[in-house]
Design a protein around this ligand. Structure first.
Ligand code: ADP
Ligand code: MG
Length: 240
């Protein structure tokens, strides 16, 4: 579903990504962990072209998204992002937040988008909030709206950038539950997270990025119980 080949990204003289290779199969859940500033968000942002790679290739569902001729709105619908800070439109109702993209990018009629939007809000447990505005919701509810909005675009893959890091601890579980359900349904997901419990339970593969490179990757059992890389051991010692 995603093929990243030799991805490099620099900001001015700062080389953040120094050659990332990553393949994600359809239906796979890949969790990315690593220290703050190691380039995790930059990897996700390159996959949906919020950042322009300095070098390398990224193929999403057979399409080279680093090709300048690619339709960026479509790229962002195929590999859609869920952000730490939700990024909902504050002046739009919850339902309108969810229907906007499908109408604009997928060409749905408002009636079709609304019908699907209500279904998706029900799926994330927010059927009764459709007419509310984002600032009337808790953080956990906002993030569930953001996930419904992502799903409404009918993406091939959802990129989650620390989706629970801005939440009060008691609201983390409800968002992780929705994500687990998506994983069970076969959604392809790349998840940057500090929730090691989630990574252990849900990930098919865990990736550790440090110093602009993938330092270690593997299925969660081996990854967490027997980390070989000293940097990973050090990192896990701090976060677990
Ligand atoms: P992470 O998500 O792992 O915390 P990021 O990918 O956000 O790390 O950032 C990696 C590095 O790139 C950091 O040093 C950050 O300051 C820098 N960086 C990220 N985005 C930009 C940008 N738009 N301009 C300049 N530097 C950036
Ligand atoms: Mg980040």
């Amino acid at each position: 579903m995603i093929r990243i080949e030799n991805l490099h990204k620099s900001f001015g003289s700062l080389e953040v990504l120094k050659g990332i290779d990553l393949h994600v199969r359809p239906g796979e859940v890949v969790c990315i962990i690593g220290p703050s500033g190691s380039g995790k968000s930059t990897v996700l942002r390159c996959i949906n072209r919020l950042e322009e790679p300095t070098a390398g290739r990224i193929i999403v569902d057979g399409k080279d998204i680093t090709d300048p001729k690619t339709n960026m709105n479509l790229v962002r619908a195929e590999a859609t992002m869920v952000f730490q800070q939700f990024n909902l439109f504050p002046h739009m109702t919850v339902l309108h937040n969810v229907t906007l993209g499908p109408v604009k990018v997928r060409g749905l009629s408002s009636a079709e988008a609304e019908e699907r939007g209500r279904e998706l809000l029900a799926k994330v447990g927010l059927a009764d909030k459709a007419e509310n505005y984002p600032d009337q919701l808790s953080g956990g509810q906002k993030q569930r709206v953001a996930i419904a909005r992502a799903l409404a675009l009918q993406p091939k893959v959802i990129l989650f950038d620390e989706p629970t890091s801005a939440l009060d601890p008691e609201l983390v579980g409800e968002v992780l539950e929705v994500m687990k359900q998506l994983a069970r349904e076969g959604m392809t997901m790349v998840v940057v997270t500090h929730e090691m419990g989630f990574a252990k339970e849900v990930a098919d593969r865990v990736i550790f990025i440090d110093g602009g490179r993938i330092q270690e990757e593997g299925p969660p059992e081996a990854f967490f119980s027997n980390p070989e890389n000293p940097r990973l051991r050090d990192f896990l010692g701090k976060v677990i």
